[in-house]
Design a protein around this ligand. Structure first.
Ligand code: PLP
Length: 216
């Protein structure tokens, strides 16, 4: 996608959503040039789903906010603690303990979200709606270097975002019940519905950068 269209896509989405909704540009697989184009449009928040890729891009652009949004293996936590402003995808006690260990050693407080899998899709990460409170309580009581800021949801793929409105609503209920401050939900195909259901933060890849090419 040409540089100009990245900038225009970002600005069009930015101006169409409420000012208080954070727009994260999901830059996985994208080059430094493509990221720089989004920066020139005013974007400061980027999302990555691979630990080493995020770490490399952080070194290139340490002044930007790097959100980790992918499945996180315990042995990759060391690459992102202290570099990611917010890890969106925490879904187990084991992972929380590893983040606690690394954050404590680095002398930082690591902000995280608990990923919730409201639709119960087996191939995706995330805790059930029922278990989210338990994980939140565990972290609050046992992980002083980890700060839970809210929840993240990846809705099932669908042609009609109305089909997934119910999942956004369920995660928003949880967000209100626990009085959290960040609710990360909504991607290129469903962000309008996600915002209607209370998202404070959306993660947009292809609608900014074009279709991803994984062949390179
Ligand atoms: C890739 C990805 C996105 C962005 O997806 P698009 O459909 O390209 O907007 C958002 N969230 C997560 C967790 C992702 O992995």
């Amino acid at each position: 996608m040409s540089a100009n269209s990245i900038k225009n896509n970002y600005l069009n989405i930015r101006s169409s959503i409420p000012d208080n909704v954070l727009l994260i540009a999901v830059s996985k697989t994208r080059t430094a040039e493509e990221i720089a184009e989004a920066v020139s449009a005013g974007c400061r928040d980027f999302g990555e789903n691979k630990a080493q890729e995020m770490s490399k891009k952080y070194e290139l652009f340490p002044e930007l906010n790097w959100h980790f949004i992918g499945r996180l293996q315990k042995n990759k936590v060391k690459y992102i603690v202290g570099k990611s402003c917010l890890i969106h995808s925490v879904d187990s006690i084991d992972l929380a303990n590893e983040i606690e260990k690394r954050a404590k050693a680095a002398g930082v407080i690591q902000d995280i979200l608990i990923q919730v899998n409201a639709a119960g899709e087996v191939q995706k990460g995330g805790v059930s709606l029922k278990d989210a409170g338990m994980l939140l309580n565990y972290i609050s009581e046992n992980c002083p270097s980890v700060r839970v800021r809210g929840f993240m949801e990846i809705a099932p793929e669908t042609d009609d975002p109305e089909n997934v409105r119910v999942y956004f609503k369920q995660v928003c209920d949880l967000f209100k019940e626990y009085n959290m401050d960040i609710l990360s939900m909504g991607m290129s195909g469903d962000y309008k519905v996600a915002i209607e259901e209370g998202a404070t933060c959306i993660r947009i890849g292809s609608a900014i950068f074009g279709e991803r090419d994984y062949s390179k």
